[in-house]
Design a protein around this ligand. Sequence first.
Ligand code: ASP
Length: 351
Amino acid sequence: MKKLLFLILLSSILIGCNNEKKSIDSNSNLKKVNNFAIVIHGGAGTILKKNMTTEKEEAYKLKIEEAIKVGYNILKNGGNSVDAVQKTINVLEDSPLFNAGKGAVFTNAGTNEHDASIMDGKTLNAGASAGTSTVRNPINLARAVMDESPHVMLSGKGAEEFAKEQGLELVDPSYFYTENRFQSLQKIKNNEQASSEINAKNAFYDPNIKDSKFGTVGCVALDKNGNLAAGTSTGGMTNKRWGRIGDSPIIGAGTYANNQTCAVSSTGWGEFFIRAVVAHDISALMEYKRLTLQEAAKEVIQKKLPELGGDGGIIAVDKNGNMVTEFNTAGMYRATMNDKGELYIGIYKED
Ligand code: ASP
């Protein structure tokens, strides 16, 4: 009996200590480090310095800087995080450098099909569009779905009809033609023909072709009112077929924002990000396990995702303005800006 009482006493002391540790952890998480903050990515993948020219690197950096400053200025002037995310992504969508909007990769049929999503962490409202070919800025369509429709996700022709009704800019599909993306498709197709071993299941993923995947863009932001938002826009993966949709327009996988925790945008091999519900998992680890944003992002990107066989990365910001960029690939185009206006731009792992 005495032994039992002693054990009960001991375990309650241990539980007490543990709770105390948890509250210390969450307290350090409670400290506001930035009144507002913004993070962007331009895709993760086999980005190696030896394959890059100085001019190309400079072009990426300039565009990344231009984009993040658009969002930063909105936040600095008291604007909201949803606007900052959308307008920042617009700059990247209009550049041929990234696999989103103008620079989208080609499908097996030689077309370009865009996916995008956006989420408001204050209301948990969200909007997404999948498989559109004529909407110039797919993130604007996702925003319109969130704000102006009773739905969360629209796809294909219906989504394009809705875009037209909303007065969004539509373009001829030829607007999305870029020579290097078209050549990437041809290379994959030639490889496919040459190798009888490549089956339909993995034909759209060829690690030998540097830009066969990745290049998606995303943005997360915290505004001065403590509201978080996240958005992602992509052309998907080169040689995709059968109306394949990746993680980018899937709320919880490619994009997630919740004022109680964080805002996340993903980039990588979409099938794995969907199966691992990456963006929401990071938020859930913070909410239920009280991990910090950095710990949660590490757990998902360095452990859970590779265990499934997936690669890629995320950008995230939490409600206190902690910014994280985490990836398990050789590189990820990324940038952060804090409330003091300090800018960081990285491409390779070692940056
Ligand atoms: N996640 C995107 C997709 O699978 C691709 C990327 O991030 O580059 O569609």
